[in-house]
Design a protein around this ligand. Sequence first.
Ligand code: AG3
Length: 279
Amino acid sequence: MQGMLFTEMHNDSSGISVKIKEILVSKKTKFQKLDIFDTEFYGKMLTLDDLVMTTEKDEFVYHEMLTHIALFSHKLPENILIIGGGDGGTAREILKHKTIKNIDMVEIDEDVVIESKKYLPTIAVELDNPKLNIMIQDGVEFVKGKSNIYDIIFIDSTDPISVGEGLFTTDFYKDCFNALKSNGILVNQSETPFHKPQWVSAINNKLKNVFPIVKVYKAEVPTYPSGIWLFEFCSKETDPYSDFNFQRYKDYNFKLKYYNDEIHKGAFSLPNYVKELLA
Ligand code: AG3
């Protein structure tokens, strides 16, 4: 192969390689290695510790699917917490909903916010929105002792290794449960069942220990390991199926690239090998 390649290994013997046009930034932050590349096929691409976090070309799948299912299931989403999310894609999608009054975004690594604003303007587009309150802090510490505050919490983290590890613990999920109102929802990004079945089972078990309702759904993110990505919808009383607000969905008339009313329901249909991991 010719030219410069970025490779993320998914295990010892396989991975994804992306042809790079230019390295826009490459630095060690206080917490991790951060790179932004200009690539030939995926547009600009953000990696943290050599793991693909997002690319301009396929970020819509992940960010739309992390957010809209919960937002269209909740009766009246007004006060939101994002844990992580420094690139801004999650906040951008949430702010499309007219009911939103406030978003607290707790990102541990300020450099992710700074570099995303600089190099990923289509993703970071809402990071200066007055409804968004960015706090540079550890999400694990932030949620401790909080009670009955948020309508929805979105966990937009890296993998459960290094910086992200604390965001995949039962104690953290319990703190999130308490930080939610009685009709609150938590959405977790829950990794790949194909390459990390042990992670998927462990995350699911922990969430089921904390939340009475845990429903797993999936989407296809081309640059993530195996492409199959899971999300977990966890709530105290809201059901993503029966509480889907079709009227609000129609009224908003969003022009999205992935999410729609059929996907809202279909995403919860899972292959057998995934169901087995969740049994
Ligand atoms: N957060 C989930 C990315 C995990 C990808 N893992 C990997 N490539 N091994 C994405 C953050 C986007 N806002």
